[in-house]
Write a protein that binds this ligand. Structure first.
Ligand SMILES: [Zn+2]
Length: 121
C-alpha cells in the first residue's frame, strides 16, 4: 500500500511521505492498495495513442545522436549525425517520446534548406 498524488504523481508510503517527497498540491494523495491500482491511476498512459509523447525539436541531442531540423525537398527533416554519418529522418523515436523536426513555418528562425542530391551523394 502506498499513497500517490494525482496531480504531480509524487509517491510515498504515507501521506506525510508524499509531502516530504516534494508534493505541494492542495489535494489529498490517493491511497493505493496494490500495483494494479497504481497503473490504472496513470490516466495519461491509459490509451495507446497517448502513450507516445510528441516533441518538436529544432536542434540538439536525441539519445546519443546530434540532430538539427532542416528542410529537405520542402519537408521538415532531422539531419542526424549517426556515428559520423549524416542521415535524414522525418521523425525519431526515443523510448516513449517521438521527436519531430520543426517546419519552416513553425520556426523562429528559418532552418537550413537542402536538396537531397546535395546532402546524400
Ligand atoms: Zn502533488
Amino acid at each position: 500500500m502506498h499513497y500517490q498524488c494525482d496531480e504531480c504523481d509524487v509517491e510515498g508510503k504515507t501521506e506525510k511521505d508524499v509531502r516530504k517527497n516534494g508534493c505541494k498540491c492542495r489535494i489529498m494523495p490517493t491511497q493505493f492498495l496494490d500495483p494494479e491500482d497504481h497503473k490504472e491511476s496513470k490516466k495519461r498512459k491509459s490509451s495507446k495513442e497517448e502513450l507516445k509523447l510528441e516533441v518538436t525539436k529544432i536542434k540538439g541531442k536525441i539519445g546519443q545522436n546530434y540532430v538539427e531540423s532542416v528542410i529537405v525537398d520542402d519537408k521538415p527533416h532531422f539531419l542526424c549525425n549517426v556515428d559520423d554519418e549524416l542521415k535524414l529522418a522525418e521523425k525519431i523515436t526515443d523510448g516513449e517520446i517521438v521527436y519531430r523536426p520543426l517546419g519552416a513555418d513553425e520556426c523562429g528562425y528559418f532552418p537550413y534548406k537542402y536538396d537531397k542530391t546535395v546532402l546524400i551523394s
